[in-house]
Design a protein around this ligand. Structure first.
Ligand code: SF4
Ligand code: SF4
Ligand code: FES
Length: 238
């Protein structure tokens, strides 16, 4: 690898363009390190998001050489091709400025999928024990580590074709709650994920699983929702 890296960074909104920068290479440098270096040394007006830098907050995702990734845990050595890397905002959401996109629609879909826990007890009730080895608990555990990074949402062709589709992250979240026996909002949640733009709009081509930096499998969660909504429909509950 050369001692300097050619970096193309998206500037502006949807009608913007890529701007070229030359960035010194460092050992163990991440894509986020490169973006930060450009902002600190070449153009302080460059807009981008990050918070934790350790793969926990989900705010640093960008498109790197055409693929959505978390940038704080993506090493340049892994993605640079011939000393060059192209960095843009995530797809499927409108760019606000440079590398920051508007995630309002993404989070609105979490709300539409009833992605908030609905308590069935009050703080005065005893805390309910959930046995760790039960099937619902295991299903929820398998999907719970989502960091809301929207990498799967940016990778999903069904979102691109159908802007009404809730998308893999919101549906994955709904699946964790459907498997939470303490939750009191199940009827509304099942109706929400069974409606137009819900789980049945997923074409199961698995881009979400392939790209998720946390190794989650949203398409398995969506398959669970498809089964559960069909059972409810057959029983006349939907
Ligand atoms: S499997 Fe479904 S949710 Fe995942 S990327 Fe494909 S269409 Fe989107
Ligand atoms: S499911 Fe994975 S890719 Fe999608 S928002 Fe959660 S952590 Fe990110
Ligand atoms: S900065 Fe928090 S996940 Fe990358």
């Amino acid at each position: 690898m050369a001692a300097a890296l050619e970096v193309l960074i998206w500037r502006g909104k949807a009608d913007g363009r890529y701007q070229a920068f030359t960035v010194p290479l460092r050992e163990s440098q991440t894509v986020l390190d490169v973006v930060t270096w450009v902002q600190r040394h070449q153009d302080p007006t460059l807009a981008y998001r990050f918070a934790c830098r350790v793969g926990m907050c989900g705010s640093c995702a960008m498109t790197v050489n055409g693929r959505p990734r978390w940038t704080c845990r993506t090493h340049i050595a892994k993605v640079a091709a011939n000393g060059r890397v192209e960095i843009g905002p995530l797809a499927n959401m409108p760019p606000i400025k440079d590398l920051a996109c508007d995630m309002g629609e993404f989070f609105a879909k979490w709300q539409r999928a009833k992605g908030a826990f609905a308590p069935s007890t009050s703080r005065r009730d005893p805390i309910e024990r959930i046995a760790p080895a039960t099937a619902p608990r295991l299903a929820a555990d398998a999907a719970i580590e989502c960091i809301n990074c929207a990498v799967c949402y940016a990778a999903c062709d069904s979102v691109r074709w159908n802007r009404d589709y809730l998308g893999p992250a919101a549906l994955n979240r709904a699946w964790t709650l459907i498997n939470d026996q303490r939750d009191a909002g199940q009827d509304a949640r099942l109706a929400a994920v069974a409606a137009d733009g819900g789980c049945h709009a997923c074409h199961s081509h698995q881009s979400c699983q392939e790209h998720c930096p946390k190794g989650l499998n949203p398409v398995a969660s969506i398959a669970g929702l498809k089964r559960r909504t069909l059972q409810a429909y057959v029983r006349g509950e939907l």
